[in-house]
Design a protein around this ligand. Structure first.
Ligand SMILES: O=c1ccn([C@H]2C[C@H](O)[C@@H](CO)O2)c(=O)[nH]1
Ligand SMILES: [Zn+2]
Length: 137
């Protein structure tokens, strides 16, 4: 059971970064731009937008770009996460993206949700993670 960390988060800065990322979205098919931003444990803000494709199923969620940027800019772990839709409203990450974020979570990672701040465990209970790979034979 993960508990929420007491780390103080500048949610406004994260929201702004998410909105800026959303403005870079490539979403001509769904017309549903998404921006995601994360605060790393060492204080960086990384972000990403969704990138769609004429072959619709190949669409990359905003969180895919975010974890790519996280890794490319020094790695580390995500302390807080914020995702917005085209109106700038808080958006819940899809199931696949919850799994992507789980891989890079810091202890007590906080997620802004439509129901307020939640923990990773609340949005993805009983998650499959790297430790599960150690269970074979
Ligand atoms: O967590 C999510 C959920 C959806 N989308 C994008 C994918 C697609 O381009 C659009 C509509 O599903 O929203 C994201 O970027 N992240
Ligand atoms: Zn997604």
């Amino acid at each position: 059971m993960t508990t929420l960390h007491e780390r103080r988060v500048d949610w406004h800065a994260l929201e702004e970064a998410a909105v800026q990322a959303m403005e870079r979205a490539y979403a001509p098919y769904s017309k549903f731009p998404v921006g995601a931003a994360a605060l790393t444990e060492d204080g960086r803000i990384v972000s990403g937008c969704n990138v769609e494709n004429a072959s619709y199923g190949l669409t990359l969620c905003a969180e895919c770009a975010l974890v790519g940027q996280l890794h490319m800019t020094g790695g580390g772990r995500i302390a807080a996460f914020y995702c917005v839709d085209g109106q700038g409203n808080v958006l819940m990450p899809c199931g696949r993206c919850r799994q992507l974020l789980f891989e890079f979570r810091a202890p007590g990672m906080q997620l802004m949700t439509t129901q307020g701040i939640k923990s990773m465990d609340q949005v993805l209970p009983d998650a499959f993670g790297p430790e599960n790979l150690e269970e074979t034979t």
